[in-house]
Design a protein around this ligand. Sequence first.
Ligand SMILES: C[S@@+](CC[C@H](N)C(=O)[O-])C[C@H]1O[C@@H](n2cnc3c(N)ncnc32)[C@H](O)[C@@H]1O
Length: 202
Amino acid sequence: MVNEYLSVVVRLIVLEGVYDPSDDSYLLLEAVKDEKKLKVLDMGCGTGIIAINLAKQGCKVTAVDVNEKAIENTKVNAEINGVDIEVFKSDLFSNVEGCFELITFNPPYLPTEGEDIAWDGGRGGIEVIRKFLKDAHKHSEENGEIYVVMSSLSNTKKIFDEFGKIYRFDKVLSKRFFFEEISVYRLTTFKNAKGNKQRNEV
Ligand SMILES: C[S@@+](CC[C@H](N)C(=O)[O-])C[C@H]1O[C@@H](n2cnc3c(N)ncnc32)[C@H](O)[C@@H]1O
């Protein structure tokens, strides 16, 4: 596959059992296309599409996924594209140490149960996102940013209600597809959100 969304061209192969980059992946890529020279964590890396593009943009990238095949896939694609990325298996932050200036996550967000871990967000489509948000702020550098994809099919209101005291949520990109609207949110923790108004605009 050739990704022509960015100034840097990335060639990706997709192994069986790994999420084939889709509209949500491209929207997240678009949201981070100007991020450079940052220490980045790409959560749920899949094929490595986000991680590899960020590495090409000059970021120092760590990529993790709970799916072993995704780890293998990201390593292969990093090699094809000549970028050096730290890649390892982790169930969310279970094996992640330290803090990052940028954290990206295109999570499973569909309100399904018992389906593929790539898109199965559990009840309300928010179970993985909720677990992620419980720990993400502990791994975010001061003034760090966290970019998360969510869908109009997910119960985003519950997320804003539950985490509105920890994070400021700003919708930075949104696109309507035939059965849902996919949005990218930029999250900053209130302790870090210097200069930001202390309220949520969603
Ligand atoms: C929608 S796919 C996105 C893949 C890739 N980042 C992209 O944008 O194309 C979600 C990814 O999250 C991974 N994932 C699901 N649950 C996870 C967890 N608990 N910890 C880490 N990764 C997880 C899946 O294996 C899958 O690769």
